[in-house]
Design a protein around this ligand. Structure first.
Ligand SMILES: C[S@@+](CC[C@H](N)C(=O)[O-])C[C@H]1O[C@@H](n2cnc3c(N)ncnc32)[C@H](O)[C@@H]1O
Length: 231
């Protein structure tokens, strides 16, 4: 595997206090149905077993309250979606939505996404990876906490199947430039658009996107593709 240079980074701060009773109940009652218990010690997941069927798997990192992920999974029943978050309240909300809407192709996992990607996702197993509005860590001294780093992109390129996509979106212009510049250094990722994608494709609007737009920010989508055949 090509993760030798990858150093785990802490890309999040725990932003929650107590969960509401409803969120706690959702975690207690629904996580065993739609959630996955995984720790790094368990090693790579068998994605076909996890979903009990063979279908292209898309990993969503940092789904927040899960609104956009639930929408996109419902719109693509032909794919399996795996969401990973550290935010328990948002996960409680998403579990309730999965139950209420009867969504069968979406599983959630409470874990550090970088750890999951490094130790739990096999090489060439993902049809796609979505990273929508990751924390921008705007201060220069915090840039090292950004999810998107050169070794992270190398790891993502390894986990994607040839032809698989990496879809990133941000409303932080300087982070968008950072993503674009770094993606140009990863030889296994192609940018069919040459720069930012002209539109968000099938990405639904997200809560953090709306927040950025209310502040007058532009939104940038970057849609890359793992070269096929493998290099
Ligand atoms: C700014 S929010 C965006 C949420 C959602 N994608 C949206 O667009 O509304 C970023 C999310 O990424 C999650 N996150 C950050 N680092 C993470 C990590 N290493 N593993 C899992 N989730 C992470 C945070 O908990 C947070 O909910």
């Amino acid at each position: 595997m090509s993760d030798n240079t990858y150093r785990p980074i802490r890309s999040f701060v725990r932003r929650e206090g107590r969960l509401t009773t409803g969120q706690q109940r959702a975690l207690d009652e629904l996580y065993s149905l739609y959630g996955i218990d995984w720790t790094a010690a368990a090693g790579p997941l068998d994605l076909d077993v996890l979903f009990n069927r063979q279908a292209p798997v898309v990993l969503d990192i940092g789904y927040g309250d899960g609104e956009a992920l639930a929408e996109i999974a419902s719109a693509h029943p032909e794919r399996n979606y795996l969401g990973v978050e550290v935010y328990r309240a948002g996960t409680g909300r998403l579990l309730r939505r999965i139950e209420a809407d009867g969504i069968t192709n979406l599983k959630v996992l409470l874990a550090d996404a970088s750890e999951l990607l490094r130790q739990g996702i096999p090489s060439a197993s993902l049809a796609g990876l979505q990273l929508f509005f990751p924390d921008p860590w705007p201060k220069k001294r915090h840039h090292k906490r950004r999810m998107v780093q050169a070794p992270w992109l190398t790891m993502v390129a390894d986990r994607l199947q040839p032809g698989g996509f990496l879809h990133m979106a941000t409303d932080w212009a300087e982070y968008a430039e950072w993503m674009l510049a770094l993606s140009e250094t990863e030889p296994r990722l192609d940018n069919p658009h040459g720069g930012y994608a002209p539109d968000p494709g099938d990405r639904p609007g997200t809560r953090f996107e709306r927040r950025g737009v209310r502040k007058g920010h532009d939104v940038f989508d970057l849609i890359l593709q793992r070269y096929a055949p493998s290099t």
